[in-house]
Design a binder for this molecule. Sequence first.
Ligand code: CMC
Length: 434
Amino acid sequence: MMTSNTLTVTDNRTNRTYTVPITDGTVRAMDFRQMRTGEEDFGLILYDPAFTNTASCRSSITYLDGERGILEYRGYPIEDLAERCTFLEVAYLLLFGELPNKAELDAWVFEITHHTMLHETTRKFMEGFRYDAHPMSMLMSSVAALSTVYPDAKEVHNPASRMLQTKRLIGKMPTIAAMSYRHNVGFPYVYPDNDLNYTENFMNMLWRMVEPKYAANPVLARALDILFILHADHEQNCSTNTMRSVGSSLADPYLAVASAAAALSGPLHGGANEEVLKMLDEIGTKENVPAYIQRVKDGHIKLMGFGHRVYKNYDPRAKIIKRTADQVFQVTGRNPKLDIALELERIALQDPYFVSRKLYPNVDFYSGIIYQAVGFKPDMFTVLFAIPRTVGWLAQWQEMLIDSEQKIARPRQIYTGQRNRKFVPVAERGAVAV
Ligand code: CMC
């Protein structure tokens, strides 16, 4: 039998048959527009709330096979990158498509390190936040405020300007994140120390007190670096889709990153890591796990850190995080919450409710337990996600801007409201129950 990479559709309203090409396992939504009942008909539109089966772009950054639990950045398995690279090396890979050689890596690290300082107006701006402001809200607002400091960022079609803003953002995210934390706990801000690497410097800005030089524990700094690698990109998730969508209007990258961070903050996305810790606190002891699972199965609550839109298998990042946890606990001592998490996982993975729905631990399930052991408060967890994900957002933003097929993002709708209503002046309107 002859096979052909096409799809033939019969529109039973008109009895007409159409043949549309299939490319990369995908049909083009616009090919359906020609299917009309007559001159007045707009043509068929595809309905896909929450984009569960719609590809919005072609991308060569991150490969994800959710059925098999595979994640690759630019074709390299996440396991290899997490074991053998530094975060800034992976950032280079995501942005430029290739791993850097030694000279390229040194130059890249130097550049990022020399963009870690904040303009003093940004520091002053941050001082104005309420004393107990959530660090994620401070991070989002402060990144947006960078737009006021760098008006050149509006030149989004200028590759040199894009690269400069990219370096600034990667350099400054840890500084803003650390200042958000220091503000929240009422400590003076600490300025960057260029002698330290990316995560050591971040730890310095978070935790240096009166000592003249901060000495980061190398095991903890490396664990943080691995966690940053694991969070650096994850193809078209909610916040990346936001980055592309806001960026498609040609808004500057500070505003687009702030919008992406806003999307990340929600409990169904990056905010889940904070929710996992709250959940483990609520459960309290291992013995309470079965009753908690029952509440999940009864539909009262969700098991936070479980399930994923794309992964229908164990999230490969969660596996690496679990291993990293062991190294961290050798330094910090074991976080007792791990026992509750392991018991939750054990019971869930054999329960038909979770098995039939293919619900597995995701990246957020174990990360919070490590973060807490390292010394972070739960309200910093999503901030720790946003720092590395900034690299992914920027790589995707860059790819979107140079893609000739991309335009301003603008979905369609199915209008369900009323039409052609007769206007009634305010004095003549009756009460409307709302
Ligand atoms: N606990 C209990 N039931 C769940 C869970 C969960 N965590 N996740 C999904 N389900 C159920 C859901 O109720 C539905 O059941 P039914 O078919 O009976 O209605 C079924 O599984 C399919 O779920 P869905 O809501 O259609 O799946 P989705 O793809 O829309 O949602 C998700 C994906 C991540 C939002 C969801 O799994 C969830 O809310 N998980 C908890 C929050 C979380 O951990 N988020 C972090 C995601 S990974 C990192 C990141 O993106 O930042």
